[in-house]
Design a protein around this ligand. Sequence first.
Ligand SMILES: *[C@@H]1O[C@H](CO)[C@@H](O)[C@H](O)[C@H]1NC(C)=O
Ligand SMILES: *[C@@H]1O[C@H](CO)[C@@H](O)[C@H](O)[C@H]1NC(C)=O
Ligand SMILES: *[C@@H]1O[C@H](CO)[C@@H](O)[C@H](O)[C@H]1NC(C)=O
Ligand SMILES: *[C@@H]1O[C@H](CO)[C@@H](O)[C@H](O)[C@H]1NC(C)=O
Ligand SMILES: *[C@@H]1O[C@H](CO)[C@@H](O)[C@H](O)[C@H]1NC(C)=O
Length: 577
Amino acid sequence: MGRQWWWGRGKSAKVTSMSMVLVLVPLILGAEARKGRVLESFEYTAMSCRGHTASITDFGGSGDGKTSNTKAFQDAVNHLSQYASDGGAQLYVPAGQWLTGSFSLTSHFTLYLHKDAVLLASQDMNEWPVLKALPSYGRGRDAAGGRFASLIFGTNLTDVIVTGANGTIDGQGAFWWQSFHKGKLKYTRPYLIEFMYSDNIQISNVTLLNSPSWNVHPVYSSNILVQGITIIAPITSPNTDGINPDSCTNIRIEDSYIVSGDDCIAVKSGWDEYGISFGMPTKQLVIRRLTCISPYSAAIALGSEMSGGIQDVRAQDITAIHTESGVRIKTARGRGGFVKDIYVKGMTLHTMKWVFWMTGTYKAHADNHYDPNALPVIQGINYRDVVADNVSMAARLEGIEGDPFTQICISNVTIGMAPKAKKVPWTCTDVDGITSGVSPRPCELLPDQGPEKLKACDFPAEPLSIDQVLRRNLIGWKFEQWSNLMSTISIFSLSKVSNDGLIWKGNEVGVYSVSSCVKVCSLGSEDVHFWKNIMRRGLVPPRVESFMWQVVLQKLAVKTELVKRGVLGIEDVLCPL
Ligand SMILES: *[C@@H]1O[C@H](CO)[C@@H](O)[C@H](O)[C@H]1NC(C)=O
Ligand SMILES: *[C@@H]1O[C@H](CO)[C@@H](O)[C@H](O)[C@H]1NC(C)=O
Ligand SMILES: *[C@@H]1O[C@H](CO)[C@@H](O)[C@H](O)[C@H]1NC(C)=O
Ligand SMILES: *[C@@H]1O[C@H](CO)[C@@H](O)[C@H](O)[C@H]1NC(C)=O
Ligand SMILES: *[C@@H]1O[C@H](CO)[C@@H](O)[C@H](O)[C@H]1NC(C)=O
């Protein structure tokens, strides 16, 4: 019998169901629905998207802010990793202050923070393992040699989500910033979240405070969604970059708010000869609806470590307040690599030193072995629809002598200068390109083509694949697993499809919502609209004893219906059970 079969798989003393608690109330109400009454749909949270759920307290965790939870977190992840091929698992962190050192995640895994959960980073260096320097950097950035593992770390993983109802991860960075300033660090400071060699990563709806150094660092990874995150660090804190996609492909950063002591987003791909020989670019990056405050750095920086190359970046709807520059390209002789096909559309900027800044003489090198003949190719840099006020200088564009930055296109830009602005608003050397509808008047190296070229620097027509790929790749279940499930619970059959959802009929009936699970797992793409419409409601047996049981039904309903409608590949669309 299906139910037993299901329970047989989920039976583990350690695995409690937080989700179940949340959902019991609607379930009891569901008894009413036996008569066919349609309940108001209710929503459960992202948690329900995994087959197994446990709380950090099941592993001896203590949220008193004093007890170290490093072991509890690692035990929890190790235990839950057994479910990777069985619907995946979620680790729930309840309200409380959870002191912890670095710990590693596993595949098909969700770390979910309650809104009042705070992960507090330990200040005991013994709680931070030391990793080798990244191969594309050759050395640590703070010190030659190794680097501390990030607070939340993952390597060689697939399908991992770090999320929560805006729960907090507090790096307690002051201690690290001081050690850094005093030159006392033996190793490079840790980041808050780092994924290496991983695929299908989502980081959403969390707040990151006071990182020791960079906040979010996906490296050598692909299919990454960063959505709805808040990053806050003092504007004078050293190297507290917001989000640093580094040698990654297919990244989408959306709806995030960053206040920091360094670049809000810093796109990277390795350093000098190490980055050149590693040769892994960052490409197909989408940045949307970013708000940045960073008085000493850029809203979006490309480089300075760009030796593996940066290509196909699309940034849209960027707001920066009191930030040093809007978009900045940082490079130098010895970097090699390229920055190509960069498109920025729609920036609103208040109080800024340089709206556009390109630097071909960025000083820092990994060591003295770089090749001075390794010249970067900077080409195809497009900016349009920019409004800025209180600006000291419109642009400072400095290419490399003998290696000009080419195909620069700037259009439809209105820059209001500050009362104390520099007399010459544009300075340009070793650059080449065009402008249209830009004020104040650009430098001669970027001649104005007249108003008919206003749309000259537009995005390419074809979208980047990231908006589709993520959804397709968040695969948990293979087709066989679905069919197995279906045959097991075949006593339920689809009886009716209404406009606002699926109606299910089994022995008994009830109503539930599947939209939130779907929302989270299909990552807010356009198709969600479609999904929502067909999946908002269904009928299930009222005396369902486990929440997971319902999830099975829900997914099944969705799948069955989509198969019926001839939608292909839907096993790929649904999040893992
Ligand atoms: C992770 O993947 C990389 C690249 O494929 C590989 O070189 C490395 O050995 C893997 N590490 C582990 C721990 O599996
Ligand atoms: C999340 O929390 C941060 C810090 O408290 C706050 O600034 C931000 O507005 C919150 N975001 C949401 C979406 O509630
Ligand atoms: C983040 O939170 C917002 C607002 O609560 C919600 O609409 C959205 O679905 C959440 N996104 C993810 C990816 O969890
Ligand atoms: C110019 O930019 C403004 C906003 O920055 C935008 O509203 C307007 O539509 C743009 N004009 C054209 C021709 O694209
Ligand atoms: C303009 O920028 C200066 C710094 O350059 C700042 O002190 C001042 O407050 C800004 N004015 C406004 C109106 O934002």
